[in-house]
Design a protein around this ligand. Structure first.
Ligand SMILES: Cc1ncc(COP(=O)(O)O)c(C=O)c1O
Length: 1015
């Protein structure tokens, strides 16, 4: 006969009184307490006193000895923990023996009565649940060091044995109920049991159900735990699982309730991730055990109400748990313990943030490069939202188009986490929380035309494809698993695709980064929504779309952010799209006009406020990324991480001047000299190109004893007073005071506008004759030239490329007259031309002085002058050269790094390859667009000379301006230059790729076509 069906003791109250008095000296009012298989009597008033237990005669003595030892151990380790201390009998025994009414032998035991009401009768506030969790944590912590032979028992209530429930399924007659139990038993056998055996084992109470747990009068704290009758040695995690199974029975948010308990438990006794991963199933299995045992016993012990006391709520809870996705349940519980919501989840988000730049855009053009508007699904009264809620597709489309036109937007986005009123249907009822609707959007919506192609930013394997046909469903939806690194995997969900998509993509298919997934569906294909993509990240590898919620509960928003993190990085949206910082652009313009020199100019008709640079991109304050094809300073790309790193490292170490010895400056001078031909080996470091040219003027004058300079027409050499004097681009234009007598202008060698009667192959020599004329004029004035200075490719003059032999001839003429030759490489140096490091090399000359700036420090204010030992020696006339900032260790380290990266990353080769490609496309464009008069370029230094008429070559100034502004609208930054501002000028970073080049050309093509249509 088992203990369950062994009849309980039958001791009358009178006998109980007598026994209590005799053995323990207990008296006072007596009352019976409920017990499944023993008899319990309470002695005492007002909740005080003691409990006398008459133990079931079938209970093995060792089990009782074990319980007594267990309580004793707990009391020794944690004396304040409210478990009932065992009283010694008058004869000093813990477990005296009595004889029952039928002569059977019963052990008896007296323990202190613990005050409090059963937890079952109390509202389970978060504070109370936390108190419960920490109570159990303390209890189990105390029990970690306890062992007893009696603890090794075989009980159906042992969660390790929960699989026995399968044998009891026959007792369940309702197929739905049996189905639920089978579901959890299957999971238990398949997933839980094999793991559970590996987890930590311990002696546990094993039955902290809400009738065994007592609560203080104020309802906020656990005041005691009773009934150690089911205690045994089993998996440690079973304790909190069992407690939770009962504590949540009436909870609106059962997993939230478990979370409160678990967090507090974990603080007292840290659990392991693997244990927590089993908890959801173990909670369910405790309930399965309970309902199946009840069902099995019902015919036999129909009159024992204790057994079925929690049956109805248990079934209700099992139904609710059955509907919850175990991934989500696990995530909630893991999160409560501070573990990542799914193994690797944090790594996945961090990986995406770090590797953002290497992801391929999800549309043919980068998402962030578009004109984007926020679709106001968070405004319940907006016509678009009303139409969507009413499922009026046409009205929705009309509202969307109106909005799009009003904001001149190309795409709409619906952000992650947005609170939306549109989710009204039954399908949006919460499965986690009773009577709550799900309202928070867990994907990123991208509203674009039906038929728009979407591409995977990252290689992956398709794990699920399906078509949801019901209204408000996804239409075609695809799930892809990505494993960018071994052991790091996550999924992406692509909803609202066309049904056609499903024909071309199948489960198990692998996709390369940039490969097409499918196209956006129209309203009839995608559940009745406005065409859009719902893109959702899933922090774990999944092969089932069904349980992944696209909309979540507000209360769990923090969890959703970890489990289904915003796909912004993944989709290529910039963080600035959602968080605008600082002053508004108009405000800045207003302050600038008041507080800054009004001479500062601002690019574009609609000024841009830039907040960040990244590679070839500049990001504006509204988050839009513009392809920067103009700024030649960010030579290696904006915010190059290695440059940023070296800058920060060196700045944190030392920043002084050249009066101290330092490695950086000499290392840099040697490295820079090594890139230059001939004797160009002596360097001076300054901070701007103007400073370099200013120093150049002093040098050539000191060396030659002469003052006069020969310059090229429309040249620009800097903003200093003496430099304006040698810059026709400045002194001949607005505000300029004309040419000074010591400056001599030679003609701009513009082959495109060369006199028509000149033979092409003589251009170089013919233009150089103009230099000879200036030298002659100087001679006639009784002087000699100090120097001839030329930009190696005149830029401000309109991206002018010298005809062959021009510089060779010009240098010869100047040198013959005793002057020095200076190459201004401020714009074009450092490999920009691709074929050579220095643009003067393309002309086969070696200057006496080279000045450098702009790209030299990738944005750091650094510039240099390099000359020959001969010139340097002559300059050393006794006057010290001191430049406070020039040559400081930080700048030199940066400069050195720039040189290193140009070489290491073969950026000259890239400039050549992409430059050639661009020239090819520009020439093709020239065939289509009449007003592209001339296409000029070398490497990544390029210009399009725009004319109103190809025969007159009249400068198309207005048009150039229009093109630049149209390109800006399309997200591409270019500029104009030349004395007539009719040359479209492009100088992109040396990392410019073919993808970037195509984007630039497509936009230019579009702009030219649009301008032509408007003309
Ligand atoms: C050819 C050339 N030289 C010199 C300078 C002056 O450089 P910075 O502006 O660094 O003083 C510039 C600036 O645009 C330039 O284009």
């Amino acid at each position: 006969m088992s203990i369950i069906n062994h009849p309980g003791p039958e001791i009358s109250e009178a006998m109980a009184r007598e026994i209590a008095e005799r053995h323990f000296g207990l008296n006072g009012p007596i009352s019976r307490l409920a017990s499944e298989r023993d008899q319990n009597f309470h002695f005492g008033e007002n909740g005080k006193g003691a409990v006398l237990k008459i133990v079931n005669a079938a209970e093995p003595e060792q089990a009782l000895r074990f319980q007594v030892a267990m309580i004793g151990h707990i009391k020794r380790i944690d004396p304040d923990l409210a478990v009932p201390p065992v009283r010694l009998s008058r004869s000093g025994e813990e477990l005296p023996v009595i004889e029952g009414s039928k002569g059977e032998r019963h052990l008896i035991r007296a323990v202190d009565y613990l005050e409090g009401s059963p937890l079952a009768e109390k509202p389970k506030s978060p504070a109370l649940l936390r108190s419960f969790g920490s109570f159990l944590g303390r209890l189990d912590r105390a029990l970690r060091s306890f062992g007893h032979a009696g603890a090794h028992r075989d009980l159906d209530w042992d969660l390790r044995k929960a699989g026995r429930s399968r044998a009891r399924l026959a007792a369940l007659h309702d197929p739905e109920e049996r189905g639920i139990c089978e579901y959890f038993i299957d999971r238990f056998e398949r997933i839980v049991e094999p793991q559970l055996m590996k987890q930590r084992a311990s002696v546990i109470h094993n039955d902290p159900n809400d009738w065994n747990v007592l609560v203080s009068d104020d309802g906020n704290e656990i005041s005691g735990l009773i009934d150690f009758g089911d205690a045994l040695h089993t998996a440690l995690i079973a304790e909190i699982a069992i407690a939770a199974a009962y504590a949540i029975l009436d909870a609106d948010d059962p997993l939230g309730a478990v979370g409160h308990m678990l967090k507090a438990y974990h603080q007292e006794l840290p659990l392991q991730e693997e244990e927590v991963d089993l908890l959801f199933d173990l909670i369910a299995m405790r309930l399965v055990t309970s309902v199946t045992i009840s069902a099995e016993r019902r015919p036999r012990i129909a009159d024992n109400p204790y057994l079925s006391i929690s049956e109805k709520p248990a079934w209700d809870m099992l139904r609710r748990l059955r509907r919850i996705d175990p991934h989500i349940a696990k995530a909630i519980l893991r999160d409560a313990c501070g573990f990542e919501v799914a193994p690797g989840a944090r790594k996945a988000s961090a990986w995406l943030a770090t590797n953002r730049k290497s992801l391929v855009p999800i549309l043919r053009r980068p998402l962030s490069n578009h004109r984007i508007l926020h679709v106001p699904f968070d405004e319940p009264s907006h016509p678009l939202v009303k139409a969507a809620a009413a499922m009026d597709v046409d009205a929705c489309e009309r509202a969307w188009q109106a909005l799009r036109q009003a904001e001149n937007a190309e795409l709409g986005i619906g952000p992650w986490g947005e609170e939306r009123a549109v989710y009204a249907g039954q399908m949006f009822q919460s499965k986690l929380i009773r009577d709550i609707r799900r309202t928070r959007h867990l994907g990123l919506d991208i509203f674009a035309e039906a038929g728009t192609e979407v591409l995977t930013p990252l290689a992956g394997r398709v794990t699920d494809v399906r078509i949801e046909r019901e209204p408000l469903g996804y239409g075609c939806v695809v799930l892809i698993e990505h494993e960018p690194e071994p052991g790091l995997s996550f999924s992406s969900l692509w909803g609202h695709l066309s049904h056609e998509t499903a024909k071309h993509i199948h489960e198990g298919q692998t996709l390369q980064a940039g490969e097409r997934i499918g196209t956006l569906g129209d309203a009839k294909d995608n559940g009745g929504w406005l065409p859009h993509l719902h893109l959702q990240l899933v922090a774990y590898a999944s092969d089932d779309i069904e349980p992944i919620p696209g909309v979540g509960e507000d209360a769990y928003l923090d969890l959703w952010a970890k489990l289904y993190p915003p796909a912004y990085d993944f989709a290529g949206l910039t963080p600035e799209t959602f968080h605008r910082d600082g002053k508004d652009g108009n405000e800045i313009v207003a302050i600038r006009t008041q507080k800054l020199l009004p001479n500062l100019s601002i690019s574009f008709r609609k000024p841009l406020k830039m907040v960040r640079g990244e590679g070839a991109w500049l990001i504006a304050d509204d988050g839009r990324a513009y392809l920067d094809c103009f700024n030649n300073v960010a030579h290696l790309g904006h915010a190059h991480p290695e440059i940023v790193e070296v800058l920060a490292r060196e700045a944190s170490r030392l920043n002084t001047n050249t009066r101290y010895l330092h490695d950086n400056i000499v290392n840099y001078a040697e490295a820079l000299g090594a890139t230059l031909p001939g004797d160009l080996k002596v360097a001076t470091f300054v901070c701007t190109g103007s400073e370099a040219n200013d120093l150049m003027l002093r040098m050539v004058r000191t060396k030659t004893g002469q003052n006069d300079m020969v310059v090229v027409d429309w040249a620009y050499h800097g903003h200093g007073a003496e430099l304006i004097d040698i810059s026709p681009y400045k002194y001949k234009r607005a505000g300029g005071q004309g040419r000074k007598p010591h400056v001599w202008e030679s003609a701009l060698p513009d082959s495109y506008r060369a006199p028509p009667d000149w033979p092409v192959k003589e251009y170089g020599r013919r233009f150089a004759e103009s230099v000879a004329r200036q030298v002659e004029a100087i001679r006639k004035a009784g002087k000699r030239p100090a120097a001839f200075i030329a930009e190696s490719i005149p830029s401000c003059a309109g991206q002018i490329f010298f005809p062959p032999h021009y510089l060779e001839e010009a240098y010869r003429i100047i040198r013959d007259a005793g002057g020095l030759c200076v190459a201004d490489e401020v714009q074009v140096g450092f490999g920009r031309v691709g074929s050579h490091m220095w643009a003067f090399e393309t002309q086969g000359v070696i200057p006496d002085i080279v000045t450098m700036g702009k790209p030299i420090g990738n944005g750091h204010p650094l510039a240099a002058l390099v000359t020959t030992p001969d010139v340097a020696k002559a300059f050393n006339n006794g006057m010290e050269y001191f430049n406070t900032f020039g040559g400081n260790p930080v700048s030199c380290a940066v400069g050195l790094k720039v040189l290193e990266i140009i070489e290491r990353d073969h950026l000259r080769d890239n400039a050549k390859e992409i430059g050639d490609y661009l020239m090819g496309r520009f020439c093709a464009m020239q065939q289509r667009h009449e007003f592209i008069g001339d296409v000029r370029g070398m490497g990544l230094f390029l210009g399009l000379d725009l004319v109103t008429d190809r025969s007159s070559k009249a400068h198309a100034t207005e048009l150039a301006n229009l093109i630049v502004n149209l390109a800006r609208e399309e997200g591409v930054l270019i500029g104009t230059d030349g004395p007539h501002d009719n040359v479209v000028k492009m100088r992109p970073a040396m990392i410019f790729s073919r993808y970037h080049a195509d984007l630039l050309c497509d936009v230019l093509d579009y702009a030219f076509a649009k301008a032509a249509a408007a003309a």
